[in-house]
Design a protein around this ligand. Structure first.
Ligand code: ADP
Length: 489
C-alpha cells in the first residue's frame, strides 16, 4: 500500500529525508550534516554534489526502513532558499560550489545597482530589495568569475537553479523546474508574472535560457526516476523552506503569521491573493501557487538567529550546547544590562544594512556566561519586535505569532517573545513544520487531501501556548537598550 509521503528537507546545515502518513504522523527520519565552506570572510558555499549524494542516501535509508518504495505515494521537497547551483545540463554535474543564501560576495554589485537607481523598480516588480541574499546577483557572479559556468553558458548547456530545482533535476534525470515560491526569491521573476522576466534577467545579466521553468507548488510536477528507489514516484509538492513552514503552521488565512527560528529567523504573514507592496522594507514573496493562482506573503528575514547560539558555542566556547542557554537565561533576573546585536553577517529586515557588524554592549565584571546567553536569547525578541513594528506600519499587524524552528524548542525564548511582543505565541508540539508543510503540499498534489485546509485539519497536531506576562516598564527598558545598541552596530 502506498500510504506514505517522502519529504526531502534540504536545510542549510543538514539534509534530511522524512516520512509522513496522511494524518501527519511521522514514520521515520534520516539526516546528514552538510559541509559548510567559508573560503573568504562573508563567503559561504556548499557542494551541490554532496547535497545530492546525502539526499539520496537519506531517502534510501528511510524508505528501506519502512519496507521499500511500494509504501511511498509521493515526494515533497523543501529547501534552503536563494542558494544557487550552476550545473551542466548535459553531464548533470555541478560546475562550481553552490553559493549559499548567507553569502555576501555580491554586496558591491548590489550597491552599484542601487546607486544606479534600480531599487525602487526592482522592489515594485519582484517584492525584493537589492541585497546579496537573493539568487540573481549570485548567478551573475558565477558567470563573471567562474570559467566553467561561463563556458557552459557559451555552449548553451548551463543550468541555474535553487536547491529544489537541482534535486528535481537529479531525481528526474533532466527536468529543469522551479516552484513559484523559490522562483520569487531570485530577483528575476515579477510577483505577478508567470515565469522569469526577460527584462529582469537583462538587468542582472543572467541568461534566461539557463533558468528553469516556473511551476505550481503542488500537483503532478514531475516523476522521480525508478533507478533511485526501485520504482518511479511522483514529485507532487515543492516549496522554499519558509513558505513550507508557513503552510505547515496552517497560516492559510490572510493575516496568519509564523516565525521560524533556525539558522536565521523568518517571519511570514499570509496576504491572500493581492500582490503585497511593503513601505517598510519588508519583502513581498509568493507563499504558494496552485493551478496557476498565487497566494502571497509579506516576509521579514533576519539573518542571524540560531547561528548566534552556534557562535557562542563553537567560536567563543561560553556554552556547551545550544539547549543550555534556556537554563542559563532563566538562572538570572535580567541580563545585567548586556545587549547583543547579532549583526554577524549584516542586518536584514527591516534595516537591510549589509555592512553592519555585531555588537555586545553593557559589559561589566559582573557579566558572565548567563548574562551573555540571556542577552543572545533576548536579541531574538528584540529583532522580532523590530519586524512587528514594520508589519504594523505596513497595515499587517499580527494577532498572534506561531513559532517553530530548532530554536523555538527553547521555552525561555518562547516566553520572552510573548512578553516582548505582548502577543500570544503558539508552538506546535511537533516542531518540524517545514517538513510537514512540504508533506501537506505533496499530499494535496497527489490527491490524499482535497486542499491545504483539508490537509491542515488532518495533519496538524497539538499546540503549546505562551501568554504575555511582562510589565510595560520592563519592556520599554529592554527596547531602549536595544535601540541604543543597534545604533552602535
Ligand atoms: P536550520 O534549519 O536553519 O539548519 P534548525 O531549525 O535546525 O536550523 O535550528 C538549528 C539552530 O537552532 C542552530 O543554530 C542552534 O544553535 C539553534 N538551537 C537549537 N536548539 C536550541 C535551543 N534549545 N536553544 C537555543 N538555540 C537552539
Amino acid at each position: 500500500m502506498s500510504d506514505l509521503i517522502l519529504v526531502l528537507d534540504e536545510g542549510t546545515t543538514s539534509t534530511r529525508a522524512m516520512l509522513f502518513d496522511a494524518a501527519g504522523k511521522p514514520h521515520g527520519v534520516a539526516q546528514q550534516e552538510l559541509t559548510q565552506h567559508y573560503p573568504q570572510p562573508g563567503w559561504v558555499e556548499h557542494d551541490a554534489a554532496e547535497i545530492w549524494d546525502k539526499t539520496l542516501a537519506c531517502m534510501r535509508q528511510v524508505v528501506e526502513e519502512v519496507g521499500g518504495a511500494d509504501r511511498i505515494a509521493c515526494i515533497g521537497i523543501t529547501n534552503q532558499r536563494e542558494t544557487v547551483v550552476a550545473w551542466d545540463k548535459q553531464t548533470g554535474n555541478p560546475l562550481a560550489r553552490a553559493i549559499v543564501w548567507q553569502d555576501r560576495r555580491t554586496a558591491e554589485f548590489c550597491a552599484d545597482l542601487r546607486d544606479a537607481g534600480h531599487e525602487a523598480e526592482v522592489q515594485q516588480r519582484t517584492g525584493l530589495l537589492l541585497d546579496p541574499y537573493f539568487s540573481g546577483t549570485k548567478m551573475r557572479w558565477l558567470l563573471d568569475n567562474d570559467p566553467s559556468a561561463r563556458d557552459a553558458a557559451d555552449a548553451g548547456t548551463l543550468a541555474f537553479g535553487t536547491i529544489e530545482s537541482w534535486l528535481l533535476f537529479k531525481l528526474t534525470g533532466g527536468a529543469h523546474l522551479s516552484d513559484a515560491s523559490n522562483a520569487s526569491r531570485t530577483l528575476l521573476m515579477e510577483l505577478g508574472g508567470a515565469g522569469f522576466d526577460p527584462g529582469l534577467c537583462d538587468l542582472f545579466g543572467v541568461p534566461h535560457g539557463a533558468l528553469p521553468q516556473v511551476v505550481d507548488n503542488a500537483g503532478g510536477l514531475a516523476v522521480a526516476d525508478a533507478q533511485w528507489l526501485g520504482r518511479a514516484i511522483p514529485i507532487t509538492g515543492m516549496a522554499g523552506d519558509q513558505q513550507a513552514a508557513t503552510i505547515g503552521q496552517s497560516c492559510l488565512t490572510p493575516g496568519d503569521t509564523k516565525a521560524t527560528y533556525g539558522t536565521g529567523a523568518f517571519v511570514l504573514t499570509n496576504m491572500g491573493g493581492e500582490i503585497p507592496a511593503s513601505q517598510n522594507r519588508l519583502l513581498g514573496t509568493v507563499l504558494y501557487q496552485m493551478a496557476g493562482q498565487r497566494t502571497y506573503a509579506i516576509e521579514g528575514s533576519v539573518f542571524v538567529a540560531g547561528s548566534l547560539i552556534q557562535w557562542l558555542r563553537d567560536s567563543l566556547g561560553v556554552i556547551g550546547s545550544a539547549a543550555e542557554t534556556e537554563e542559563l537565561a532563566g538562572s538570572i533576573a535580567d541580563s545585567g544590562g548586556v545587549t547583543i546585536v547579532p549583526a554577524l553577517s549584516g542586518l536584514g529586515a527591516p534595516h537591510w544594512q549589509a555592512e553592519a557588524r555585531g555588537v555586545i554592549t553593557g559589559l561589566s565584571f559582573a557579566s558572565g556566561r548567563a548574562e551573555i546567553a540571556r542577552a543572545a536569547l533576548e536579541a531574538m525578541a528584540h529583532q522580532t519586535h523590530d519586524l512587528a513594528r514594520a508589519y504594523t506600519a505596513d497595515g499587517a499587524k499580527w494577532a498572534k505569532l506561531k513559532i517553530d524552528g530548532g530554536m523555538a524548542a527553547n521555552n525561555w525564548m518562547a516566553q520572552d517573545l510573548a512578553n516582548m511582543l505582548n502577543l500570544s505565541v503558539e508552538r506546535p508540539e511537533f516542531v518540524e513544520t517545514t517538513a510537514l508543510g512540504a508533506a501537506m503540499l505533496a499530499a494535496v498534489g497527489v490527491g490524499l487531501h482535497p486542499d491545504l485546509g483539508g490537509a491542515a485539519s488532518a495533519m496538524r497536531g497539538a499546540l503549546v501556548c505562551f501568554s504575555p506576562a511582562m510589565e510595560d516598564a520592563v519592556r520599554s527598558e529592554r527596547l531602549d537598550r536595544w535601540s541604543r545598541a543597534l545604533s552602535a552596530a
